[in-house]
Design a protein around this ligand. Structure first.
Ligand code: G1P
Length: 296
């Protein structure tokens, strides 16, 4: 069985949920405290054993390419002013992973974005990580949990977690095969539906931005017609793949933040800042002060 060493990160979305900030900058570059969201995604891939990454971009995403490149002028200026540690830190970002880019020329949906990575992936299983979902692992990175599940089952894996029933219409929702759901973190699924109406959702297990897919998906994607929202949906292609091969879900562990949502982004910013040793205590004191004032 081939190892999973490649990952595709679709980052060509228009970021409409985060306007006006995304009018002139990619949502993937919005910082959580001081580090762009895409950095966490690339780091998760690398910590999961991924060696090569393709980011799918569009014409508005130059700053992301610059972020993973070397900025000699900035490094020199930092070094000249004695900030060597900071210069080294920003230098390291360029060697975090082997990242390549390709453009999705039209916003035709997630499935179409993945199809743009066909020649990069070739005939291998590969990972997909969506930038809106940042997962803080409790133990293993979320993607590594999926890779383990892939190595155990030899089949495509969708990363899922339970969401509130009222939220199921925002996600791809899986239909678990009944026998093994109660006991296993990894379970076979019999269907997946993109953003079903709340009363038609087959479960509360939502696909949350992590996938391991076989290369057969590309041929299916090239024949997939626009679905939900008039876009070519990855979920629809996965559904077709399920007719040829078994597909499993991995109910991964870790705290997941939907940073494409303004409130989800705020929560991530607060939680990440509380964990910082440099100013976490100050943030905690500030929040306590606000809460005390609120109770008066
Ligand atoms: C995409 C997928 C959806 C998945 C979600 C996870 O939707 O199409 O199946 O559940 O990401 O965040 P989007 O949020 O891009 O509309």
């Amino acid at each position: 069985m081939k190892r999973v060493t490649k990952a595709v990160i679709p980052a060509a979305g228009l970021g409409t949920r985060f306007l006006p900030a995304t009018k002139s900058q990619p949502k993937e570059m919005l910082p959580i405290v001081d580090t762009p969201a895409i950095h966490y995604i690339v780091e998760e891939a690398v910590k999961s054993g991924i060696e090569d990454i393709m980011i799918i971009t569009n014409s508005n995403k130059h700053s992301m390419e610059n972020y993973f490149d070397i900025n000699y002028e900035l490094e020199m200026r930092l070094k000249d002013s004695g900030k060597t540690a900071l210069a080294d830190e920003i230098h390291q970002i360029a060697s975090l992973a082997n990242v390549v880019y390709t453009r999705q020329k039209e916003p035709k949906g997630l499935g179409h974005a993945i199809l743009c990575a066909k020649s990069f992936v070739g005939d291998e299983p590969f990972a997909v990580l969506l930038g809106d979902d940042i997962v803080v692992p409790s133990n293993k990175p979320a993607l590594l949990q999926l890779i383990d599940a892939y190595n155990d089952t030899g089949n495509s894996i969708l990363g899922v977690q339970k969401v509130a029933h009222s939220e199921v219409d925002k996600y791809g929702i899986v239909s678990p095969s009944k026998e093994i759901i109660a006991t296993n973190k990894v379970f076979k699924i019999v269907d997946v539906v993109e953003k079903p109406p709340i009363d038609e959702a087959p479960s509360d297990y939502a696909v949350l931005g992590r996938y391991i897919l076989g290369p057969e998906i590309f041929d299916i994607l090239s024949h997939t017609q626009p679905g939900h929202g008039g876009e070519i949906q990855l979920t629809d292609a996965v559904r077709k793949l399920m007719k040829q091969k078994a597909i499993y879900a991995c109910n991964f562990e870790g705290e997941r933040y939907d940073i494409g949502d303004k409130f989800g982004y705020l929560k991530a910013t607060i939680d990440f800042s509380l964990k910082r040793s440099d100013f976490g205590p100050k943030v905690r004191d500030y929040i306590r002060k606000l809460a005390a004032e609120d109770l008066k």
